[in-house]
Design a protein. Structure first.
Lengths: 394, 227
């Protein structure tokens, strides 16, 4: 008997027992549906994490003091690093906390960051209105300020406020630009800060030359690790650190964080998929159960078929194909259902619809496997029936 | 060469602590083109005879040859092959496949011979038409009368042109006039040259055959030939 004949036979049988077939398939539908849905939600999460990390700045290395030494990193270090080959931009950051106000009553407390004109490039900020700090303003340590999106909102400043004055800790500054929001909230909100020229900070607010961090954007095509190594070597020499001593700074590679985060997300996806596949196994057991019942109910039919010339393997294939048809159909419906659900969730969560053709292939392969694994035993029972006994079965 | 030959055939059933001898030392032959009835009361071993002659079962002792092949020596696959190509079954309870049209029922034996679908359907339709069921091709068993169902079963037995038509109480479930009609069909087939083996407890049915073999307690009790 050809596979086509068997499929035709299976379909006509399933058509005759529609409700039962539908209920049996439901288990596989739910199993495959949740695997597909959860995996694709997991991928959405990964994609979102990746996108957020990219928004922090591409090819970013962040050098910061370590070991609780405080001011181990200086502006001179930043200047020395900037002289290295292979860097697209360098932005040292000095940070303090202060009140920004437009009037006595309209005031907000925020981070005041002194930096260079390359900060926007290093940290991947886009300017919404006006301009970022210019090299001239930074060089001259002018009282110019660029507002983070949250600060502008808090102070009620809109597009027309570029060129107007605000006070920082009582000292008047001219607003030269307002940044695009990056999103994010709570601690370390990237939109809750104001940016002023590096020299201006030490001139009016904080003494000393210690910097909070030096952001470095590595030029395209330059290996991150080797850049990291050259910066590390430079700083060790400058800081007089012996071969066996530990660094008084750390270089943080953004791709490390990115990899760590997507590893976590991938693991979660795998975990969710694994839990969902339990449902698939339960669905498979449902198929096995119903196929066993079916073999019992159709004992006489099996006897008749054997009397009419069916071999054991004809009967085996008939029941196996029936089980596989159930699981495959269930699997396909499950894939569609899972994709629909993940499309809805993706839309609500804002990462859009992520479709991976591999999911389709894997889900189909799995439902096929479920049909075979859970269909073989009942089918063997059917094939092994003694025709004499089967024909007499009432 | 005889179509079928049984030599000292026995069939024992092992029922745990007792062994039941359903058939003992049965010897008989059936020639091609004969119409033979195996007659006996219930419990005389008729059904076991049918199972063995129909290659659904093997003898535990003795030798059974069908069409020159020693059935006892064949494996399950080869037995299925013989059932498919050499034997056409007609059962007392019709044994049509439920929820399946008359046409598909009749086409099923051809399915197991690997005949392509189109040819299957054509041959099944022709077989049904020969038995006067041309109007009933798409009917399912529950939509047919007993007589019609048995004619479908007969069409199914004949569609493969088997060497042997094996009928187990073919009129057992039918009202008398329908039973008589089915018997006339068998006689017609016999006249057309088919070899027919009727298994029955009913002397009137047996009388339709050329030759009757009486079975009692699993053994041949006698044989009579129609005048």
């Amino acid at each position: 008997m050809s596979a086509l004949e068997l499929v035709r036979l299976a379909l006509s049988r399933l058509r005759r027992a529609r409700v039962r077939a539908a209920l049996t398939m439901l288990g596989v539908v739910i199993g495959v549906g949740s695997v597909v849905g959860l995996v694709s939600v997991g991928r959405g999460t990964t994609a979102r994490i990746t996108a957020q990390l990219n928004s922090l700045g591409t090819n970013l290395l962040t050098i910061s003091p370590s070991g609780g030494g405080g001011d181990t990193l200086t502006l001179d270090d930043a200047t020395a690093i900037a002289a290295l080959d292979g860097l697209a931009a360098v932005a040292p950051e000095i940070q303090t906390q202060g009140a920004v106000a437009t009037s006595a009553t309209n005031t907000t407390s925020t981070s005041i960051v002194g930096t260079s004109a390359q900060y926007a490039q290093v940290r991947a900020y886009d300017v919404w209105q006006g301009t970022f700090l210019s090299p001239v303003e930074v060089e001259a340590s002018l009282r110019s300020v660029v507002l983070g999106a949250s600060v502008a909102t808090n102070l009620g400043l809109g597009a027309d406020s570029v060129g107007s004055n605000v006070t920082i800790e009582g000292i008047p500054f001219q607003v030269v630009g307002i940044l695009q929001p990056k999103g994010g909230s709570g601690f370390n909100n990237p939109d809750d800060q104001v940016l002023i020229p590096l020299g201006t900070v030490s001139k009016y607010f904080v003494g000393g030359t210690g910097v909070r961090a030096i952001g470095v954007s590595v030029a395209d095509g330059v290996d991150m690790q080797s850049m990291k190594d050259s910066i590390s070597e430079l700083l060790r020499v400058r800081h007089g650190i012996g071969a066996t001593d530990t660094d008084d700074f750390q270089i943080f590679d953004q791709t490390q964080l990115l990899q760590a985060a997507s590893t976590i997300s991938d693991t979660l996806t795998l975990l969710l998929g694994g839990i969902a596949s339990i449902a698939l196994v339960v669905g498979g057991i449902g198929i096995m159960n119903i196929m066993l019942v079916s073999v019992r109910e159709r004992t006489r039919e099996i006897g008749i078929r054997k009397a009419l010339g069916a071999r054991g393997r004809d009967i085996l294939s008939q029941f196996l194909i029936e089980a596989v048809t159930l699981s495959l159909l269930g699997g396909l419906i499950g894939v569609v259902a899972g994709l629909l659900v993940s499309a809805v969730i993706g839309r609500l969560a804002g990462w859009g619809f992520i479709f991976d053709p591999a999911t389709l292939v894997v889900a189909t392969a799995f439902s096929l496997a479920v049909g075979v694994v859970f269909g073989v035993w009942p089918a063997r029972q059917a094939a092994r029936l003694d025709p004499v006994v089967a024909l007499r079965y009432e | 060469m005889s179509l079928l030959r049984l030599e000292h055939v026995g069939r024992d059933y092992d029922m745990g602590h007792v062994t039941v001898q359903a058939l003992r030392d049965v010897s008989m032959t059936v020639e091609r083109g004969e119409m033979v009835a195996i007659v006996g009361p219930s419990g005389s071993g008729k059904t076991t005879m049918m199972s063995i002659i129909g290659c659904l079962d093997r003898p535990t002792s003795g030798r059974y040859e069908l069409d020159g092949r020693d059935v006892g020596a064949l494996d399950d696959g080869a037995l299925a092959d013989i059932r498919s190509r050499t034997i056409g079954f007609v059962f007392q309870s019709y044994n049509l496949l439920p929820g399946t049209t008359a046409l598909d029922n009749v086409a099923t034996p051809l399915l197991y011979q690997g005949v392509p679908r189109r040819e299957r359907q054509a041959r099944a339709a022709a077989a049904l038409e020969r038995l006067g069921l041309g109007e009933r091709l798409r009917h399912e068993p529950t939509e047919l009368s007993g007589g019609e169902q048995q004619r479908v079963a007969l069409a199914r037995a004949l569609v493969t042109n088997p060497a042997l038509v094996l009928a187990d109480e073919p009129t057992g479930n039918l009202p008398q006039h329908q039973g008589a009609e089915v018997l006339r069909l068998f006689q017609g087939l016999h006249e057309a040259g088919n070899t027919i083996l009727l298994i029955t407890h009913n002397p009137e049915v047996a009388a339709a055959a050329q030759r009757q073999i009486h079975l009692l307690d699993g053994a041949v009790a006698g044989e009579e030939r129609a005048a």
